[in-house]
Every structure is written in C-alpha cells, then in structure tokens.
Design a protein around this ligand. Structure first.
Ligand SMILES: Cc1cc2nc3c(=O)[nH]c(=O)nc-3n(C[C@H](O)[C@H](O)[C@H](O)COP(=O)(O)OP(=O)(O)OC[C@H]3O[C@@H](n4cnc5c(N)ncnc54)[C@H](O)[C@@H]3O)c2cc1C
Length: 340
C-alpha cells in the first residue's frame, strides 16, 4: 500500500484526490499552505460576519457547448448535489456563446473543491507549506515550513507552475532540462480582487448582479456577489467583488497593498457612487491568476520521476477553467493508477 501526497487543495488537487478514491492505495493526504480549501476557487468571509461571503477568484463554471461534453457527468453530479446552480441573475456585458451555460455555486465557489475533498476521503491538512522534495530510501521526503519532514511513496504537485519551480531539494536536479524549459515557458496573468462585506440589512441599489467594464483603467468586473450566487437573505449581509484589469494587476503587482486597495476603492466609487460603506474589506493579490500560456502539447500532467512517482499538474498544463482542472486531475489520477 502506497502513501500518497497531493500538494494543493485547489480544484485540481481536490478532484484528483476524489478520482483516486477506490484505487488500491494506502493513505492519501492533501496538504495546502493556505488556511482553507479552494485555491483560486476561493470564497472569503467578512471579518465582522463570517456568514457574509464572497468569491474572490473564479466566478462561474461554464459548460462550453463545443468543449465540455466529455465532462458532462462532473457537471451533472455537482448540479444534483446542489453545489452548482444555473446563473440566472443579470450580468451586464457578459458574452455567452450559443449552447454554453454558466453555473454559480450558491455556497461559494470553494464549495466545489470542498465537495471533491469530502468525496475523496483523504486526510486534508492546511497551513502545510511544502518547501523541499528529496529522495530518501526510495521514497519522497517532503519538507514543509513547520513540522518535521514526512515520507511518501507518491507525490502529486498541483500548484501554479512557478511555485513548482520554486521548490528546493533533489527536485531541482530531477526536473530535466527539457522539462525545465517547458515549465519556464508557462505564463500567467496577474490581477487584484477586492471583497467588500456588508452588515445584514444593507441595501445595494443597482439593477445588475454583475457587470464587465471595458474602458476603465483599473476595474474589469464588479459583482454583487450574493446576488450573482442567487443568495438574497435578510439575515446575511450582501458582498461585492471587484476584479481589476490585468494591466492594472501587472503594474501594481509589487506595490503596497493598502495603497492598491485605496486606489481600487477610489475607482469603484466613481463607477458606483451609491455603494454604502462596507463593514470589512479584503484585498487579494492573484500573482498567478489565469494561465496565458500553458505547457506546450501537455497531456494535463508531467511526470518528473517514475520510481518513486513524482508528477505535477494543474491548470498550467491545460487551461484556467473547470474543464482544464478536471482534465488535469483525470490525467494525474490515470498516471498514479497505472503506476500501482
Ligand atoms: C480572479 C480569477 C478569476 C477566475 N475566474 C474563473 C471563472 O470564472 N471560471 C473558471 O472556471 N475559472 C476561473 N479562474 C481560474 C480558476 O480559478 C483556476 O483555473 C483554478 O482554480 C486552478 O485550480 P488549481 O487547483 O489548478 O490551482 P490552485 O487553485 O492555484 O490550487 C493550488 C493550491 O496549491 C497551494 N500551494 C501552492 N504552493 C504550495 C506549497 N508550496 N505548499 C502547499 N500548498 C501550496 C495553494 O495554496 C493552492 O490552494 C479564475 C481565476 C482567478 C484568479
């Protein structure tokens, strides 16, 4: 029986762990450096009221008419469990391709990842920041920022590619020159997201649930997040999400976060002057937001070492959406199963 580690409790890691359920493996563990599940499918809570939530990363899951058919069962499963619901709220400026369908997660987009983690039966540990991966007695010795190193038979990496390349230990020399070149060619856009959390009973009087802006130098997208997710309750305060443009994200990537927050708020006020004062605000920097160039000709994963198995995947090996992560997760799970 093999001890397996999945690094990353995002969609790829969560879905991969759930696809490994039932395989003849020993214990499967998932480690993530964050305090909770979701990765870039994250749902944040207001500091004053934990019931007030906002999706700061991914907003919708889109079934694409021409591409998503092979993964239809994944959509059907999430819909049948109430994790996903059809987007019905009005979104200004949204382009919907014929035959495509957008879904939202009423409980927050991280509920999709949490669903898979629960299905997996894996032991999930947070605040486990992996720093080194080295070979020891035919196994992988995995070190983290806090806690002793641990040994695993199989390690699956699902974080953004630059974070894979920043790992230390034997992995540095295990990644061969050609793989290194391919991994270094992967690029991501960067952007900021702002979450504004309000007290219960606050009214936000705008006719839309979300809108895309095309001419603003700072803001690309604004949503009344609870309205977008079909949740309007007198007991839970509304929330607003703002995504900046990619140009703004790159320009202010290493600026002081407080200044960036103020700047985004000043643009927001000009666009929606009626917006009330929030009870708390979260400013999230997405250094690795969406993949702009994936690993060329990738099968959804890359095997870095076979005996013991070390394999990496994630949206950097496909593309940045639900289908891309599911494809990578399926491909990762296949590799692991074929090694047993
Ligand atoms: C602003 C924004 C909007 C988006 N909009 C959409 C959308 O509307 N629809 C859509 O389908 N997709 C959207 N996406 C893309 C989608 O969110 C991603 O493609 C997807 O979440 C990637 O999942 P992943 O599991 O591959 O990676 P991630 O979600 O990045 O998961 C990787 C995990 O690894 C962890 N990690 C990293 N390094 C370490 C380490 N050293 N040790 C331990 N853990 C580590 C991270 O904490 C993270 O949880 C959006 C993304 C962003 C940022």
């Amino acid at each position: 029986m093999s001890r397996v580690l999945v690094v990353g409790a995002g969609l790829t890691g969560g879905a991969c762990a759930s696809l490994l359920r039932g395989a003849a493996l020993g214990r499967v563990e998932v480690w993530d450096k964050a305090r909770g599940a979701g990765g870039r499918m994250s749902t944040s809570r207001g500091t004053r009221d934990a019931a007030c939530t906002a999706d700061l990363g991914a907003q919708y899951i889109t079934f694409e008419a021409d591409r998503s058919e092979p993964r239809r069962s994944f959509y059907e499963e999430l819909l049948s469990h109430g994790i996903l619901q059809q987007l019905t709220a009005p979104i200004e400026g949204m382009v919907v391709k014929k035959g495509s369908c957008n879904y939202v997660a009423p409980q927050g987009i991280s509920s999709v990842v949490k669903y898979y983690l629960k299905q997996s039966g894996a032991d999930v540990f947070y605040e486990q920041h992996v720093t080194h991966i080295s070979l020891r007695d035919g196994k992988w010795e995995v070190s983290r920022k806090t806690g002793p190193p641990e040994l695993f038979d199989i390690v699956i990496l699902t974080m953004p590619v630059p974070q894979i390349l920043s790992l230390q230990g034997d992995i540095v020399n295990i990644i061969n020159e050609s793989q290194k070149q391919q991994l270094e060619s992967v690029s991501y856009s960067s952007r900021y997201a702002l979450g504004l959390f309000y007290e219960a009973g606050t009214r936000i009087d705008v006719p839309w649930a979300a809108q895309y802006l095309t001419n603003n130098p700072c803001i690309r997208f604004i949503s009344i997040d609870n309205k977008k997710r079909n949740i309007e309750s007198p007991e839970i305060g509304p929330s607003v999400v703002v995504h900046t443009t990619v140009t703004f994200g790159s320009e202010y990537l290493d600026s002081d976060p407080t200044e960036v927050q103020q700047l985004i708020l000043s643009y927001l006020e000009r666009i929606v002057p009626s917006l009330p004062k929030p009870s708390s605000i979260k400013c999230q920097k997405w250094r690795y937001s969406q993949v702009t160039k994936a690993v060329p000709n990738s099968l959804g994963q890359m095997i870095l070492h076979t005996q013991p198995l070390l394999v990496c995947g994630g949206d950097g090996f496909t593309h940045s959406n639900f289908d891309g992560c599911i494809d990578s997760a399926m491909s990762l799970a296949e590799v692991v199963k074929s090694h047993l």
